[in-house]
Design a protein around this ligand. Sequence first.
Ligand SMILES: Nc1ncnc2c1ncn2[C@@H]1O[C@H](COP(=O)(O)OP(=O)(O)OP(=O)(O)O)[C@@H](O)[C@H]1O
Ligand SMILES: [Mg+2]
Length: 363
Amino acid sequence: MAQPIVKLNHVSKSYGDSTVLKDINLELEAGKFYTLLGPSGSGKTTILQTISGFTSVDAGDVYFDGQRINELPPNRRKVNTVFQDYALFPNMNVFDNVAFGLTLQNVKKAEITRRVTSALKSVHLNGYGNREISELSGGQKQRVAIARAIIMEPKMLLLDEPLSALDAKLRRDMQYELRELQQRLGITFLFITHDQEEALAMSDEIFVMNDGVILQSGTPVDIYDEPINHFVANFIGESNILNGVMREDYVVEFVGKRFECEDAGMRPNEPVEVVMRPEDLTITTVENGKLVVTIDTQLFRGDYYEIAATDDDGNEWLIHSTNSVPDNSRVGVTFAPNDIHVMRFNESEEDFDARLETYETDD
Ligand SMILES: Nc1ncnc2c1ncn2[C@@H]1O[C@H](COP(=O)(O)OP(=O)(O)OP(=O)(O)O)[C@@H](O)[C@H]1O
Ligand SMILES: [Mg+2]
């Protein structure tokens, strides 16, 4: 990587007895879209605050453009934040909120008008300049907050759940808008969400957090296809997770049978967990099935049926199918070796990456 725009080096932070960031290391490359994904309380906002300067760190170093900025006050950092609670000025109208940063910089009035108009347009709020903040819906306030941040054209934008108050349709539109905006402006985005689909759709790279720790970082495809552990597999997408045993390289046993897989580098007979995505399972005849299951229920999800089934050992399975299958019918389930993903218990991200590098097969 070229010099990262942001680097957190062994950063820790505690409030009283509780350590909310535990030895965080991360590097962000300029011009990319990064997402912090994790459940409530996992430390996402706190990471953003260490970069914006609204929180000091107890240990470790924060670098911006190669410069250590631990002691630099927030107003001297080249980042802008869209806050989780918007933090708009209630006594100013929409125009003045968005224009605020530019007025401080003594930008000419005509240029301010031009840039505010353009920023409001990019968040679909044309014509809202004269509205009072109290006259806006939650989603509109959120979009004013985005406009106020992008108008400054910062080197980096920190976005703390900027889309959480929007309805589904507008949220999807804004996902496109934000992604397009990031690419057009070429600035680095660090975006927070606890919506995994949003993270997968928008990011160049995702950091999955839990309990003050970054569990895994990687592209959406890497994290989806090769989750490092049970938590990540469960948090990103629907999964079937089963206990298994790695009999030897490329052979894993679960539900009492041995299957060819693409994983290797574990100890012989090491207990493992096996992840299979519902969309990778295919329903077939009982004779052709690698497994046989009984259909319990199904939900129509628009573009597929989500089918719940149980195998003869009592394991529950989730299967996505474009065809409906009658309840209580017995069917076969089939899958390919690369649909099986094996996870070790307590493997560090470093060991996981090294093992994948050694054994990965191209498919
Ligand atoms: N100023 C503070 N004083 C004490 N504890 C705090 C403070 N700020 C955050 N915390 C605690 O730190 C932990 C991480 O908080 P943080 O706001 O980073 O979580 P988050 O991942 O952003 O969660 P959410 O998705 O709910 O916004 C939480 O347990 C929170 O209660
Ligand atoms: Mg938060």
